[in-house]
Design a binder for this molecule. Sequence first.
Ligand code: SAM
Length: 197
Amino acid sequence: MNNFNFIAPFYDRLARIVFGRSIENATYHFLSEIQEDSAVLILGGGTGKILSSIPKCEKVTYLEKSEKMINRAKTHKVDMDMEFINKDFLAFDAKHSYDFIICPFFLDCFNEKNLDEVINQIDGLIKTDGKLLVTDFQATRKQLLIRLMHLFFRIFASLESKKLKNIHRFILQNRFEIEKEEFFHKNMIFSRVYRNL
Ligand SMILES: C[S@@+](CC[C@H](N)C(=O)[O-])C[C@H]1O[C@@H](n2cnc3c(N)ncnc32)[C@H](O)[C@@H]1O
């Protein structure tokens, strides 16, 4: 499940065609919240475009399940202490905790059961006073574009998630509270910073 290897070579182009710059604008919007002394964990970062917009910080850990995606990410030259981990997050046995965890269009990949598990795992990895940055699609039945895209990924990336979920609600139920939010692309996309409770 969740195998993005096949679409890795054209993922970024596809996202740009469908959503213009909104995906990037939303993903980068709150990155300035990262502090210089932060240990950052990026989950499901894809081809690594996000790396060029991460402010200087102590260390970046980049965890990505798709080998093809992570190989592309490794080609980005960044002047930071970087660690790449090619692994399923659900099998990730972290040795550290993090000040800032980033989920860019990652949480929507999971079914409801695993989404709870993923958020729980994030909760265990985040330091006291740590922040969680989530950028993803808003679940609404009316938005045909998002539903079509979800269907596309179900077919071409074996997406385990069978329907759009209210990710925000799942996060609030798992010991996080919202700190900042912004909406993009006619409110189809949200970016939110959460504080751990
Ligand atoms: C929808 S793509 C988003 C890619 C990138 N963050 C972006 O916004 O362009 C989801 C990414 O999450 C990765 N992914 C999905 N399930 C995963 C898992 N269980 N563990 C780690 N990465 C996973 C996929 O390989 C894919 O690169």
